[in-house]
Design a protein around this ligand. Sequence first.
Ligand code: NAP
Length: 256
Amino acid sequence: MDLGAMLKGKRVLVTGASSGLGENFARESARCGAKVVIAARRRQRLDALADELRQLGAPDVTVLEMDVASEASIDAAFAKIDATGDPLDVVVNNAGVSSAGRAMDMPTADFDSLMAINVRGVWLVAVQAARRWRDAGRGGSIINIASIQGERVAPGITPYSTSKAAVVHMTKSLALEWARHGIRVNAIEPGYIGTEMTDEMWDTEYGQALIKRIPMRRLGKPEELNGLFLLFATEAGSWMTGACVPVDGGHLCSAL
Ligand SMILES: NC(=O)c1ccc[n+]([C@@H]2O[C@H](COP(=O)([O-])OP(=O)(O)OC[C@H]3O[C@@H](n4cnc5c(N)ncnc54)[C@H](OP(=O)(O)O)[C@@H]3O)[C@@H](O)[C@H]2O)c1
């Protein structure tokens, strides 16, 4: 089964496409010949990526400035997608931020702003896509980017872990609600992967100790998520919904 070929010609929206894992999912989609819609706040980065995606083989690339913390911004972005007359097939809910700091020292506003992006943003984007698929009488695939932090916890990142656990539960609950419409909702739970979100950590003593606790003793690479991404995105995963699958070098199996 050629999963890449199965994505050819499909239209894939990737949120948070301006760096890291989002950029990777956009590139993989382009390599497969999918039409790619890339969304984030940093327009210049998206424009540069769009050129690269066309060179990689994407037959169509749409750039959208979208802040997932703002419902109005999401509405406006979906209106632009509607205006193209070309519906989405796959939505990758990837935009996210991390938190650092002890709960007792954290301003409430920091908790609220993280939840607005990592939980409410995922919800709003999923609902916008699903309403359109339901109204058109067709299905679609939503892929939420959760984290191994949605399954277990680590010190000093309570809002982040809480948000990812919410995404895991949201994935299962929306899968249950939307299966009747042919809409599949699954989640990838990445372990630690070197991106801008985590880069500062790996040269520290804490970061090095953390890598030693990963059974495979190394960080992941963004492209190591692509097998699962393609499975969830295409008909190869047609009977998969509500699945939240770790890709983490065995980190969730590490000894207690
Ligand atoms: N790297 C890891 O080890 C790891 C592990 C598990 C899960 N994850 C998850 O993977 C996803 C991507 O993270 P990453 O590692 O690739 O981090 P990253 O390089 O920092 O990328 C985060 C992306 O999210 C976008 N974003 C942040 N706030 C946004 C907002 N309000 N509206 C729209 N886009 C927003 C950013 O774009 P703009 O700033 O341009 O808007 C950026 O493109 C996140 O959900 C993260 O939690 C990462």
